[in-house]
Design a protein around this ligand. Structure first.
Ligand code: ZN
Length: 211
């Protein structure tokens, strides 16, 4: 049961809310025969770490990541709110709607730590509203460099909309990455999702630049 070492720390807090206490290291490099639920949990926690480290430090913010809970067999419509306070402190997360919440320790300097290593240039930023499908397609991209990955995991939810904040250069780079990955994709359905994301970003670029 080594696989579940990371979730063995599940505890009940005094308010009897369930708090999932996890150590990211227990979810890295899972063997290929890991059961599906453990793999999905690992993917969920990894995405939370990406969002938590891509966004700003200090304040809690609502990411585009969907809640994984399925009360009464329906997807919880909530999204994951993340908060990163300081290095070496566990990342905190909670669903915006249900009581799913947890903390993740040992995220620093993992391959999913997207904290910026250098100062960013303050170029004008476009706020682009995208669909959940486009957001999910962007999260699936496997060939992104760290700067693009940070943009994708900074995508936030705001009053029901999903918002991608990018400069012209960011957007151009992201569109290029989507196109490159779509060109190499042999799975037809995934290619369709990438093509749809490509079209949506291209339209957004055209609008942002008044083309
Ligand atoms: Zn939820």
């Amino acid at each position: 049961m080594q696989l579940f070492a990371g979730i063995r720390g599940e505890v009940w807090s005094v308010q009897s809310r369930r708090m999932l206490v996890t150590d990211l290291h227990h979810f890295l490099e899972l063997p290929p025969d890991t059961p599906g639920p453990a793999q999905r949990l690992a993917e969920h926690l990894i995405n939370i770490v990406r969002a938590g480290t891509a966004g700003d430090v200090g304040t809690a913010w609502e990411s585009a990541l969907p809640c994984r809970r399925r009360p009464a067999n329906r997807h919880c419509p909530g999204r994951i709110i993340v908060q990163r306070t300081e290095p070496a402190a566990p990342l905190r997360w909670q669903c915006s709607i249900c009581d799913d919440e947890g903390v993740i320790s040992n995220w620093e300097d993992s391959p999913f730590d997207l904290r910026r290593r250098r100062m960013a240039l303050a170029n004008p930023v476009h706020e682009i509203v995208i669909s959940d499908e486009v957001g999910a397609a962007l999260r699936e991209l496997s060939l992104l460099d760290t700067d693009c990955e940070r943009l994708v995991f900074r995508i936030r939810a705001d009053r029901g909309s999903i918002i991608l904040a990018v400069t012209d250069e960011d957007l151009e780079e992201l569109i290029g990455s989507v196109a490159a990955e779509a060109n190499h994709e042999s799975n037809r359905r995934r290619r369709q999702r990438l093509d749809a994301a490509f079209d949506a970003l291209n339209d957004a670029a055209a609008t942002a630049n008044g083309w």
